[in-house]
Design a protein around this ligand. Sequence first.
Ligand code: GLU
Length: 298
Amino acid sequence: MSIEVPVGRFAPSPTGPLHFGSLVAALGSRLDACACGGRWLLRMEDVDEPRCPPGASDEMLRALTACGFEWDGPVLFQSTRKARYREVLETLKAAGRAYPCACTRRELADSALAPDGAHVYPGTCRPGLPAGKSARAWRLRVDAGTVCFDDVIQGRCCQNLEREAGDFVLLRADGHFAYQLAVVVDDADQGVTHVVRGADLLDSTPRQIFLQGCLGLRVPAYAHLPVVVNADGEKLSKQTRAPAIDYRDPVPAMTDALAFLGQSPPKDLRRATTADFWRWARANWDMSRVPRARGLAA
Ligand code: GLU
Protein backbone atom coordinates (compact mmCIF):
# COMPACT_ATOMS: atom_id res chain seq x y z
CA MET A 1 0.00 0.00 0.00
CA SER A 2 1.47 3.37 -0.93
CA ILE A 3 1.15 6.19 1.57
CA GLU A 4 0.29 9.50 -0.01
CA VAL A 5 2.65 12.37 0.74
CA PRO A 6 0.78 15.58 1.59
CA VAL A 7 1.46 18.50 -0.76
CA GLY A 8 1.21 22.13 0.31
CA ARG A 9 1.98 25.27 -1.62
CA PHE A 10 2.54 29.00 -1.43
CA ALA A 11 1.01 30.82 -4.37
CA PRO A 12 1.75 34.54 -4.23
CA SER A 13 0.63 37.00 -6.88
CA PRO A 14 3.88 38.79 -7.71
CA THR A 15 2.36 42.26 -7.75
CA GLY A 16 5.02 43.72 -5.45
CA PRO A 17 7.72 42.74 -2.95
CA LEU A 18 7.33 40.21 -0.13
CA HIS A 19 5.79 42.09 2.81
CA PHE A 20 4.78 41.06 6.31
CA GLY A 21 1.34 39.85 5.17
CA SER A 22 2.71 37.56 2.46
CA LEU A 23 5.48 36.38 4.79
CA VAL A 24 2.82 35.20 7.28
CA ALA A 25 1.06 33.16 4.56
CA ALA A 26 4.35 31.70 3.28
CA LEU A 27 5.45 30.73 6.77
CA GLY A 28 2.10 29.20 7.74
CA SER A 29 1.90 27.01 4.65
CA ARG A 30 5.59 26.04 4.84
CA LEU A 31 5.43 25.01 8.49
CA ASP A 32 2.18 23.10 8.00
CA ALA A 33 3.84 21.13 5.19
CA CYS A 34 6.87 20.41 7.42
CA ALA A 35 4.63 19.33 10.28
CA CYS A 36 2.80 16.78 8.15
CA GLY A 37 5.96 15.55 6.42
CA GLY A 38 4.77 16.89 3.10
CA ARG A 39 6.20 18.48 0.00
CA TRP A 40 5.90 22.25 -0.42
CA LEU A 41 5.55 23.91 -3.80
CA LEU A 42 5.96 27.47 -4.93
CA ARG A 43 3.71 28.89 -7.62
CA MET A 44 3.82 32.39 -9.01
CA GLU A 45 0.26 33.49 -9.69
CA ASP A 46 1.14 35.91 -12.45
CA VAL A 47 -1.99 35.08 -14.45
CA ASP A 48 -3.20 38.66 -13.97
CA GLU A 49 -0.33 40.00 -16.05
CA PRO A 50 -1.39 43.67 -16.02
CA ARG A 51 -1.01 43.63 -12.20
CA CYS A 52 2.41 41.95 -12.16
CA PRO A 53 5.23 44.41 -12.85
CA PRO A 54 8.32 43.01 -14.60
CA GLY A 55 10.90 41.77 -12.14
CA ALA A 56 8.43 41.30 -9.26
CA SER A 57 8.63 37.48 -9.41
CA ASP A 58 12.43 37.58 -9.30
CA GLU A 59 12.31 39.99 -6.40
CA MET A 60 9.90 37.72 -4.52
CA LEU A 61 12.09 34.66 -5.19
CA ARG A 62 15.14 36.55 -3.88
CA ALA A 63 13.27 37.52 -0.72
CA LEU A 64 12.00 33.97 -0.09
CA THR A 65 15.48 32.57 -0.64
CA ALA A 66 16.98 35.12 1.76
CA CYS A 67 14.41 34.02 4.37
CA GLY A 68 15.62 30.44 3.95
CA PHE A 69 12.45 29.04 2.37
CA GLU A 70 13.12 25.83 0.47
CA TRP A 71 10.57 24.59 -2.01
CA ASP A 72 10.31 21.26 -3.81
CA GLY A 73 10.72 21.15 -7.57
CA PRO A 74 10.70 24.04 -10.01
CA VAL A 75 8.59 27.16 -9.48
CA LEU A 76 5.39 27.04 -11.55
CA PHE A 77 4.48 30.28 -13.33
CA GLN A 78 0.80 30.65 -14.20
CA SER A 79 1.74 32.78 -17.19
CA THR A 80 3.05 29.56 -18.82
CA ARG A 81 -0.20 27.67 -18.28
CA LYS A 82 -2.64 29.40 -20.60
CA ALA A 83 -3.03 26.47 -23.00
CA ARG A 84 -4.01 24.25 -20.08
CA TYR A 85 -6.55 26.78 -18.75
CA ARG A 86 -7.99 27.08 -22.27
CA GLU A 87 -8.37 23.29 -22.44
CA VAL A 88 -10.26 23.23 -19.14
CA LEU A 89 -12.48 26.10 -20.26
CA GLU A 90 -13.31 24.14 -23.43
CA THR A 91 -14.28 21.13 -21.28
CA LEU A 92 -16.62 23.33 -19.26
CA LYS A 93 -18.11 24.84 -22.41
CA ALA A 94 -18.67 21.38 -23.89
CA ALA A 95 -20.42 20.32 -20.67
CA GLY A 96 -22.74 23.36 -20.87
CA ARG A 97 -21.24 24.70 -17.61
CA ALA A 98 -19.57 27.78 -19.07
CA TYR A 99 -21.43 30.44 -21.02
CA PRO A 100 -20.46 33.68 -22.76
CA CYS A 101 -21.31 36.99 -21.13
CA ALA A 102 -21.63 40.36 -22.83
CA CYS A 103 -22.16 42.50 -19.71
CA THR A 104 -19.90 45.45 -19.12
CA ARG A 105 -18.74 46.58 -15.70
CA ARG A 106 -21.09 49.54 -15.96
CA GLU A 107 -24.07 47.30 -16.67
CA LEU A 108 -23.32 45.33 -13.50
CA ALA A 109 -22.71 48.36 -11.30
CA ASP A 110 -26.19 48.18 -9.73
CA SER A 111 -26.15 44.49 -8.84
CA ALA A 112 -25.84 43.33 -5.24
CA LEU A 113 -22.45 43.24 -3.55
CA ALA A 114 -20.92 39.95 -2.44
CA PRO A 115 -19.09 39.56 0.92
CA ASP A 116 -15.78 40.04 -0.93
CA GLY A 117 -16.94 43.38 -2.37
CA ALA A 118 -17.43 42.08 -5.92
CA HIS A 119 -20.78 42.27 -7.67
CA VAL A 120 -23.06 39.23 -7.57
CA TYR A 121 -23.74 38.42 -11.20
CA PRO A 122 -27.49 38.82 -11.79
CA GLY A 123 -27.55 36.16 -14.53
CA THR A 124 -28.31 38.49 -17.44
CA CYS A 125 -26.56 36.35 -20.10
CA ARG A 126 -27.42 32.97 -18.56
CA PRO A 127 -30.24 32.25 -21.04
CA GLY A 128 -28.06 33.31 -23.99
CA LEU A 129 -26.37 36.44 -25.27
CA PRO A 130 -28.81 39.33 -25.79
CA ALA A 131 -29.43 39.98 -29.51
CA GLY A 132 -26.70 42.00 -31.16
CA LYS A 133 -24.23 41.53 -28.27
CA SER A 134 -21.03 39.56 -28.42
CA ALA A 135 -19.12 37.63 -25.79
CA ARG A 136 -16.75 39.60 -23.59
CA ALA A 137 -16.14 37.07 -20.82
CA TRP A 138 -16.99 33.46 -19.98
CA ARG A 139 -18.77 32.55 -16.77
CA LEU A 140 -19.44 29.36 -14.83
CA ARG A 141 -23.08 28.49 -14.25
CA VAL A 142 -23.46 27.78 -10.52
CA ASP A 143 -26.16 25.62 -8.97
CA ALA A 144 -28.75 26.51 -6.35
CA GLY A 145 -27.87 25.33 -2.86
CA THR A 146 -25.15 25.84 -0.34
CA VAL A 147 -21.49 24.84 -0.52
CA CYS A 148 -19.96 24.06 2.89
CA PHE A 149 -16.51 23.00 4.01
CA ASP A 150 -14.68 22.57 7.30
CA ASP A 151 -11.76 24.93 7.45
CA VAL A 152 -8.95 23.65 9.66
CA ILE A 153 -8.65 27.06 11.39
CA GLN A 154 -11.90 28.94 10.77
CA GLY A 155 -14.28 26.02 11.29
CA ARG A 156 -17.37 25.31 9.21
CA CYS A 157 -17.94 27.80 6.40
CA CYS A 158 -20.97 27.83 4.11
CA GLN A 159 -21.94 29.97 1.16
CA ASN A 160 -24.96 30.12 -1.08
CA LEU A 161 -23.19 30.55 -4.39
CA GLU A 162 -26.18 31.84 -6.33
CA ARG A 163 -26.93 34.55 -3.79
CA GLU A 164 -23.42 35.39 -2.60
CA ALA A 165 -21.30 35.07 -5.73
CA GLY A 166 -23.45 34.32 -8.76
CA ASP A 167 -22.15 32.82 -11.99
CA PHE A 168 -18.50 33.76 -11.79
CA VAL A 169 -15.94 34.68 -14.40
CA LEU A 170 -13.55 32.07 -15.82
CA LEU A 171 -12.13 34.06 -18.73
CA ARG A 172 -12.11 37.81 -18.29
CA ALA A 173 -13.13 40.42 -20.83
CA ASP A 174 -9.46 41.47 -21.16
CA GLY A 175 -8.57 37.95 -22.33
CA HIS A 176 -6.88 36.85 -19.08
CA PHE A 177 -7.99 33.73 -17.25
CA ALA A 178 -9.57 34.39 -13.87
CA TYR A 179 -7.86 33.50 -10.60
CA GLN A 180 -10.67 31.05 -9.66
CA LEU A 181 -10.07 28.89 -12.73
CA ALA A 182 -6.27 29.07 -12.62
CA VAL A 183 -5.98 28.23 -8.92
CA VAL A 184 -8.29 25.21 -9.16
CA VAL A 185 -6.55 23.79 -12.23
CA ASP A 186 -3.08 24.32 -10.80
CA ASP A 187 -3.83 22.94 -7.35
CA ALA A 188 -5.23 19.82 -9.01
CA ASP A 189 -2.47 19.41 -11.60
CA GLN A 190 0.19 19.88 -8.91
CA GLY A 191 -1.48 17.34 -6.63
CA VAL A 192 -1.97 19.87 -3.82
CA THR A 193 -3.68 18.27 -0.82
CA HIS A 194 -3.34 21.11 1.76
CA VAL A 195 -4.14 24.73 0.95
CA VAL A 196 -2.94 27.08 3.70
CA ARG A 197 -3.47 30.75 2.77
CA GLY A 198 -4.88 34.06 3.95
CA ALA A 199 -8.49 34.34 5.12
CA ASP A 200 -9.09 37.06 2.52
CA LEU A 201 -9.64 34.06 0.23
CA LEU A 202 -12.16 32.33 2.50
CA ASP A 203 -15.07 33.72 0.46
CA SER A 204 -13.50 32.39 -2.76
CA THR A 205 -13.17 28.84 -1.46
CA PRO A 206 -16.81 27.75 -2.06
CA ARG A 207 -16.46 28.84 -5.72
CA GLN A 208 -13.29 26.80 -5.99
CA ILE A 209 -14.90 23.76 -4.36
CA PHE A 210 -17.86 24.05 -6.73
CA LEU A 211 -15.54 24.25 -9.73
CA GLN A 212 -13.59 21.23 -8.45
CA GLY A 213 -16.92 19.38 -8.36
CA CYS A 214 -17.72 20.37 -11.96
CA LEU A 215 -14.33 19.05 -13.09
CA GLY A 216 -14.42 15.89 -10.96
CA LEU A 217 -11.41 17.02 -8.92
CA ARG A 218 -10.56 16.19 -5.36
CA VAL A 219 -11.18 18.91 -2.77
CA PRO A 220 -8.00 19.67 -0.80
CA ALA A 221 -7.99 20.46 2.93
CA TYR A 222 -8.25 24.21 3.53
CA ALA A 223 -6.76 26.24 6.37
CA HIS A 224 -7.25 30.01 6.21
CA LEU A 225 -4.81 32.02 8.30
CA PRO A 226 -5.80 35.40 9.75
CA VAL A 227 -4.61 38.17 7.45
CA VAL A 228 -2.53 41.04 8.73
CA VAL A 229 -4.50 44.28 8.77
CA ASN A 230 -3.26 47.81 9.34
CA ALA A 231 -4.63 50.37 11.82
CA ASP A 232 -7.51 51.12 9.41
CA GLY A 233 -8.46 47.45 9.22
CA GLU A 234 -7.17 47.10 5.64
CA LYS A 235 -5.24 44.02 4.54
CA LEU A 236 -1.51 44.69 4.19
CA SER A 237 -0.78 44.75 0.48
CA LYS A 238 0.98 46.71 -2.16
CA GLN A 239 -2.14 48.91 -2.42
CA THR A 240 -1.96 49.76 1.29
CA ARG A 241 1.77 50.44 0.92
CA ALA A 242 3.00 47.55 3.06
CA PRO A 243 6.78 47.88 3.45
CA ALA A 244 8.96 45.17 1.90
CA ILE A 245 10.69 42.64 4.16
CA ASP A 246 14.34 43.61 4.62
CA TYR A 247 15.94 40.59 3.08
CA ARG A 248 19.40 41.41 4.38
CA ASP A 249 18.00 40.85 7.89
CA PRO A 250 14.71 38.92 7.64
CA VAL A 251 14.72 36.95 10.90
CA PRO A 252 13.15 39.67 13.11
CA ALA A 253 10.16 39.89 10.73
CA MET A 254 9.99 36.09 10.49
CA THR A 255 9.91 35.85 14.29
CA ASP A 256 7.15 38.48 14.43
CA ALA A 257 5.24 36.49 11.80
CA LEU A 258 5.44 33.36 13.96
CA ALA A 259 4.13 35.31 16.96
CA PHE A 260 1.33 36.71 14.77
CA LEU A 261 0.37 33.10 14.03
CA GLY A 262 -0.08 32.40 17.75
CA GLN A 263 3.26 30.67 18.32
CA SER A 264 5.55 31.69 21.20
CA PRO A 265 9.02 32.25 19.79
CA PRO A 266 11.60 33.28 22.40
CA LYS A 267 12.65 36.93 22.10
CA ASP A 268 16.21 36.08 21.17
CA LEU A 269 15.02 34.16 18.10
CA ARG A 270 14.92 37.58 16.43
CA ARG A 271 18.72 37.59 16.53
CA ALA A 272 19.14 34.00 15.34
CA THR A 273 20.47 32.89 11.97
CA THR A 274 17.88 31.78 9.42
CA ALA A 275 18.99 28.16 9.97
CA ASP A 276 18.39 28.44 13.73
CA PHE A 277 15.09 30.20 13.10
CA TRP A 278 13.87 27.31 10.93
CA ARG A 279 15.07 24.71 13.42
CA TRP A 280 13.04 26.34 16.18
CA ALA A 281 10.02 27.00 13.99
CA ARG A 282 9.84 23.44 12.64
CA ALA A 283 10.26 21.89 16.07
CA ASN A 284 7.64 24.10 17.73
CA TRP A 285 5.00 24.80 15.09
CA ASP A 286 1.49 24.12 16.36
CA MET A 287 -1.34 24.82 13.92
CA SER A 288 -3.93 24.58 16.71
CA ARG A 289 -2.51 27.81 18.20
CA VAL A 290 -3.23 29.90 15.09
CA PRO A 291 -5.96 32.39 16.07
CA ARG A 292 -9.39 31.76 14.63
CA ALA A 293 -9.88 35.21 13.13
CA ARG A 294 -10.14 36.52 9.60
CA GLY A 295 -7.97 39.56 10.25
CA LEU A 296 -5.68 40.75 13.03
CA ALA A 297 -3.53 43.82 13.51
CA ALA A 298 0.20 43.04 13.56
N1 GLU B 1 -2.32 34.45 -5.47
C1 GLU B 1 -3.20 34.67 -4.36
C2 GLU B 1 -2.74 35.85 -3.55
O1 GLU B 1 -1.56 36.16 -3.54
C3 GLU B 1 -3.24 33.49 -3.43
C4 GLU B 1 -3.92 32.36 -4.04
C5 GLU B 1 -4.09 31.15 -3.15
O2 GLU B 1 -3.30 30.95 -2.21
O3 GLU B 1 -5.00 30.40 -3.44
O4 GLU B 1 -3.56 36.48 -2.92
